[in-house]
Design a protein around this ligand. Sequence first.
Ligand SMILES: Cc1cc2nc3c(=O)[nH]c(=O)nc-3n(C[C@H](O)[C@H](O)[C@H](O)COP(=O)(O)OP(=O)(O)OC[C@H]3O[C@@H](n4cnc5c(N)ncnc54)[C@H](O)[C@@H]3O)c2cc1C
Length: 379
Amino acid sequence: MSKKVLIVGGGLAGTIIANGLCRHIGTELRRGDVSITMLGTTDTHMYQPGLLYVPFGKIRERELFRPQRKVLDKRVIFHIDPATNIDVDNKKVTCKSGAVHEYDYLVIATGSRLMPQNIPGMQEGAHWLYDLEGARKMRDALDKFEGGKIVVNVNAPHKCPVAPLEITFMLKEYLEGKGLWDKSEITYTYPIGRLHALEPVAEWAKPAMDADGIKYETFFNTKEVDPAGKTISSEEGVTLDYDLLVTIPPHAGAEVITDSGLGDGGWVPTNKTKLLREGSTDVFVCGDTTNIPISKAGSTAHFEADTVIDNLASLLTEGRWARDYDGKVFCFVETGMKTGTYVWFDYKTPPNPGAPSQMIHWFKLAYNRLYWLSARGLL
Ligand SMILES: Cc1cc2nc3c(=O)[nH]c(=O)nc-3n(C[C@H](O)[C@H](O)[C@H](O)COP(=O)(O)OP(=O)(O)OC[C@H]3O[C@@H](n4cnc5c(N)ncnc54)[C@H](O)[C@@H]3O)c2cc1C
């Protein structure tokens, strides 16, 4: 009997797993011993980290997209048919069309979604770059901006933990470039008592913001935005005026996760080294949708995906476990329009951001293009 691998979600994690698995089990696929099926929501694959450059006019939008079918190995059976129910007891997934897919191994890689509607006034009063429409609107707003108060407001949980810092430092240099910095100020808000969840990153960011003259407000848990009065208030009782509000909206996991009773907020309880759903031996969880308390980042998803590929390939061909995930994450961090640094860490090693350089900024730009090879498993 042919073994069925079913992948729900065709974003970064799902795509890397599908392509990587094809490379590892070519013989089994050719013999028909294994099939790989992916369920997705769209025929287009978006490189989300590229959104960072859209508001600043630093990337052409078409560079962010490829047809999903072209990014996927030909041997992957791909359906654009979102999953509506995941039944882990009976090993089957139901789709919007009514189709039902059975599986031997399931990979849940449904990512996260933006929830600006969770904060009163945010949708009407704020800009964000975490989706294409938002990034376009932010570009238009920046084009018209003539100086004033900008608030960069960070809400949790959210993906790409370094993006808010990148946005802040890039905004400052963007305004300098337009000759507007003298009549502008930026205030960065963060929900806990420091500037970043990762302590070494917070310690690095504070002197960098001080040197740039960027203000900050910690312990700022957003309560509401008043679009008419142009203010944003926190649960802690602080109210800030703004002329331009840039927010990182709070995120939730996919609806299908909560609808299927697989995890509060759409986050699936996941073993942090096995990447198996807690209580399952045949359900892998990868990327933003896990509840593992590490960064929700493409890099995390990629390193997790490599582990899932190894384990699935070994289970399918030899019936054994290959290796555990060590918590590795590597992220480039833009520290302005022309410089960058990077952080890497794992479950045992804390991050240690280095001195920014032009070279690292160029590496980040190069990776933005190399992503398409990486997603295909060629890098
Ligand atoms: C502006 C920005 C900048 C970023 N910068 C970086 C960076 O510099 N470095 C970094 O490492 N990360 C970065 N990230 C984060 C990175 O893009 C995400 O962490 C990564 O895409 C997560 O991969 P994923 O596969 O878990 O989720 P996604 O890539 O979001 O994929 C999830 C997929 O599941 C699909 N899906 C959802 N529900 C269903 C369903 N019911 N049925 C079928 N499919 C479904 C979705 O349509 C989507 O295609 C950035 C993100 C943004 C927005």
